[in-house]
Design a protein around this ligand. Structure first.
Ligand code: NAP
Length: 325
């Protein structure tokens, strides 16, 4: 594990190409430029509007209307599009990648991304899948900010089959890059990554989408009552359920096995809770709620959330630091 702000060289990658300039791509551009670890950031997004905003906001130094043109001569290429198109993007850029370049991605799922991208990685290019566990429910080129990764984890899932010295150096360079962007960096097997994120992020998002959908479908409670009386519990679910539909569709379609495995466990435990309520088993409820309160305390102690009342919402400058996607 690399702790952020460990010894960082001046420039780690001369030329970086960001493919996708939304919340994550934009934040990488800002964080890397702020840290002074890159000399030039080139960027590609599908729409001219996104490219124009990215230039205006200084997320990138130059914009390209094709991914292949953007990656030319880049020492580091970061794929920041939705997970479902990463394979197509890799196919588009494969002929233009510089020999020796480091290729990484930020996708919230890792096994499916390795399967989709790896077939297009040319000999001599070092592909190191990654996932910055940081985000908000906002998306697009206006959403990025330089502090997004500060004190958040970034998980790298280097490929076990790659054991050359050059690959190890590439992994170390990428590790240092993320640390300079503010992250604490960890390494993990891609399959394990997908299981961990299924329970910490993907299933919670599914529950949020489901409960907000259920409330919207209710016939006995009106939509205006749901909005008017949204107590903090429901309100927090609506924030998560406002996350980008394309990104989350792709996550569920591409982390199917791990999500279904965790949902089976979830459903069993939900049935046990249902039974405890039906049979008036207060001890079972009390014991679980005591255990879950301890988990919340551990998250705060680990600096992964605020213990201010209402998540510090009353403070104008508080940036919601959650959504481990
Ligand atoms: P975003 O804000 O919606 O930005 C997506 C970018 O990808 C945009 O620049 C978009 O271009 C481009 N794009 C979309 N579809 C494309 C396609 N079919 N072909 C080429 N480019 C396309 O998304 P994001 O939140 O930054 O997420 C990007 C990646 O980061 C995803 O893989 C996600 O799993 C991962 N991630 C997200 C979070 C999070 O909290 N949001 C956290 C960690 C990791 P246009 O603007 O021109 O449409």
């Amino acid at each position: 594990m690399t702790k952020r702000n460990e010894k960082i060289s001046d420039v780690i990658f001369e030329r970086v190409a960001l493919i996708g300039l939304g919340l994550i791509g934009g934040s990488i551009g800002l964080a890397a430029k702020r840290a002074g670890i890159v000399s030039h950031v080139a960027g590609y997004a599908r729409s001219k509007e996104t490219r124009d905003v990215a230039l205006e906001r200084g997320l990138i130094d130059s914009a390209y209307d094709s991914a292949a043109a953007a990656v030319k001569d880049a020492d580091l290429v970061v794929l920041c599009t939705p997970v479902g198109v990463l394979g197509d993007v890799a196919a588009d850029i494969k002929e233009s990648l510089k020999p020796g370049a480091v290729l990484t991605d930020v996708g919230s799922v890792k096994m499916a991304v390795v399967d989709a991208v790896m077939p297009h990685v040319p000999e001599g290019v070092h592909f190191i899948p990654g996932h910055p566990v940081a985000g908000t429910e906002h998306s697009g080129p206006h959403a990025g900010f330089a502090e997004l990764f500060t004190d958040r984890w970034c998980i790298l899932t280097p490929l076990a089959a790659q054991s050359s010295d050059a690959y190890s150096k590439a992994v170390n360079d990428l590790d240092t890059f993320w640390a300079a962007c503010g992250s604490n960096v960890d390494r993990m097997d891609p399959k394990h990554h997908d299981l961990v994120l299924a329970i910490t992020s993907h299933v919670p998002h599914l529950i949020a989408y489901n409960i907000v959908g259920t409330a919207d479908d209710l016939e006995t409670v009106t939509k205006s009552e749901v909005v008017k009386y949204s107590a903090s519990g429901f309100r927090d679910f609506t924030r998560i359920a406002a996350s980008d539909p394309t990104m989350w569709r792709d996550i569920f379609l591409n982390n199917k096995d791990a999500v279904l495995e965790m949902l089976t466990r979830f459903n069993e435990d939900l049935s046990a809770l249902q039974r405890a309520i039906r049979w008036g088993d207060g001890d079972a409820l009390f014991n679980l709620f005591t255990r879950t309160r301890d988990i919340r305390r551990s998250i705060i102690e680990a600096g992964q959330d605020s213990d201010e009342p209402d998540f510090g919402r009353s403070h104008a400058h508080f940036v919601t630091p959650e959504d481990e996607n």
